[in-house]
Design a protein around this ligand. Structure first.
Ligand SMILES: [Zn+2]
Length: 383
């Protein structure tokens, strides 16, 4: 009966022109309702599983029944049943999900925190973590959750890091036609070193492709204009370039430094910090093998005025630029995730209006948002 009411409402929505739901408020509302329905489906599946209602049809498990009758991938059915079972141990999480305040993805993160070593701490901290899930962006929430897990079970974090590192693997083999196919599995540190260099080279090729398109079009290429290469093709070319440069570098060449940036310490101001510049949380132990090889860069964040530099300089350079990069780490526009190497350091109060070139008056903005910074500010709710 209740389901009929829901189906009728959905029928009415489906008959509408979708553009009537294209405003910001409706989109937020739709995502909230999607999360609520997902929560209800999960709880119902858990009850179905517990009651054994799949048995009369001869199915051996609830997963097998849902996979067949609801025609969903087995993985999805398994995830749904597992979520339902685990949710019994996470009452705050279940409530917030049912209210549409958090999503299934948040619930999966919460479930991943639960283990024999963390169970008691999670029962204590569940409400606090769910509150973080309500407020933070998903990326920041997963980071907070990773820190929480490290603190709740430091040994487990080190073991997990070792297991991850043991799984490292590169697979590159010639296929039938002679093309090479492959896959890569690297731990957070190795992966950061490789992917940052790959991104850096790809970005150079991207700029080259854009310059070429600008020449042909006589204007800046927009999102609808095709560049000479796809992002995948540029990454492939960048990888080949890495091989060529490696082969042409003498063995005794000085290694570039730093190979990666890790933020550690800082406890007194912001709580425990140990993460890569891209935001990946790593257990402190995983840094040990690098300490004899990596050059260490030390950035100390202190309240108030931090790194001294002549405030009459027009451009952010040196330590000030670096401090802003390490602090902001990505474009500071709330809807943007462009990382520091591709951002400009911008004056919050414009230099022309007397804004000083200091850390406090600096922020990272990607080229797009830097170019649009005089437009109306983003809504405060998103910040
Ligand atoms: Zn941006």
């Amino acid at each position: 009966m209740e389901l009929d009411v829901l189906s009728e409402s959905l029928d009415r929505l489906a008959e509408m022109d979708p553009s009537a739901l294209a405003d910001t408020e409706s989109i937020v509302g739709l995502y909230r309702d999607l999360a609520r329905i997902e929560a209800i489906v999960t709880e119902a599946t858990a009850a179905f599983d517990a009651a054994g209602n799949f048995v009369p049809d001869g199915a051996l498990t609830a997963v097998a029944w849902v996979t067949t009758r609801c025609r969903v991938p087995r993985r999805q059915a398994r995830a749904q049943v597992r979520r339902g079972r685990e949710l019994r141990f996470l009452p705050e999480c279940a409530r917030a999900w049912a209210n549409g305040e958090i999503t299934g993805a948040h619930v999966d993160v919460m479930i991943s925190l639960r283990g024999p070593e963390t169970e008691a701490a999670l029962a204590r901290d569940e409400a606090m973590l769910v509150d973080q899930a309500r407020k933070l962006t998903f990326a920041h929430f997963t980071r907070a959750a990773a820190y929480w897990k490290q603190l709740a079970d430091p040994d487990g974090a080190d073991q997990e890091a070792e297991r991850r590192r043991a799984r490292r693997d590169v697979y590159l083999v010639p296929s039938f036609g002679g093309s090479w196919l492959g896959a890569i599995n690297l731990d957070p540190l190795d992966g950061t070193i490789v992917s940052e260099e790959l991104d850096r080279l790809e970005h150079q090729l991207f700029e080259a492709d854009r310059a070429e398109a600008r020449e042909v079009l006589g204007r800046d290429p927009g999102p609808g204009d095709r560049l000479a290469r796809t992002p995948g093709q540029r990454r492939a070319d960048a990888l080949v370039e890495m091989a060529i440069r490696s082969k042409s570098t003498p063995h005794n060449a000085r290694k570039p430094a730093p190979l990666f940036t890790v933020l550690v310490g800082w406890e007194t101001v912001h709580g425990r910090i140990c993460e890569l510049e891209n935001g990946t949380v790593v257990p402190p132990g995983s840094l040990l093998p690098w300490l004899d090889r990596a050059d260490l860069e030390r950035a100390v964040f202190a309240p108030g005025r931090r790194i001294e530099i002549s405030p009459t300089t027009r451009l952010f350079t040196g330590a000030t630029r670096r401090a802003i990069e390490v602090r902001d780490r990505q474009c500071t526009h709330p809807f943007c995730e462009v990382t520091a190497p591709y951002c400009h350091s911008d004056h919050i109060q414009p230099w022309a209006l007397g804004g000083p070139t200091t850390q406090e008056n600096g922020r990272l903005l990607c080229p797009s948002h830097n170019g649009r910074r005089n437009e109306r500010p983003p809504p405060a709710a998103a910040a």
